[in-house]
Design a protein. Structure first.
Length: 129
């Protein structure tokens, strides 16, 4: 176990070492949104060595006035388009969106009502006693 990460206002800590064992469960599952801002889009484009327009057309979807990463449906679940083949790691990890970097410390999980949800998804959750 690595040193657990704790953030104020959350009823749990997170062991980042658990990520090595989890098979990228936070990058797959039900359909959802991974929001990306303009700066993140440009950073991901540079990292992948492609034009911004190419990234937008191939890897993002417009939802209202916002952009989200596309998903790929496979065996009844949705996978992030940047999940490596075979589900082993993020292909844009160094420039992954803020939403990904902050997981599991999302505002939704401050509420004890949603703790069971994050516990099912993330093996690194350590509940406060």
């Amino acid at each position: 176990m690595q040193t657990p990460v704790k953030r104020e206002g959350f009823p749990f800590a997170f062991d980042p070492g658990a990520c090595l064992l989890c098979m990228d469960r936070c990058c797959r599952g039900e359909r959802g949104y991974v929001w990306v801002g303009r700066g993140e889009i440009e950073e991901i484009s540079r990292y992948l060595g492609m034009e911004t327009r190419e990234l937008i057309e191939g890897y993002l979807r417009k939802v209202g006035y916002r952009w989200s990463l596309k998903e790929v449906k496979s065996q009844g679940e949705y996978l992030c388009i940047f999940l490596a083949e075979g589900g082993r790691g993020c292909t844009i990890y160094p420039v992954r969106p803020k939403q990904c970097r902050e997981y599991p410390f999302w505002d939704r999980y401050r509420d004890p009502e949603h703790i069971s949800e994050v516990c099912k998804e993330c093996r690194g959750i350590i509940l406060d006693s």
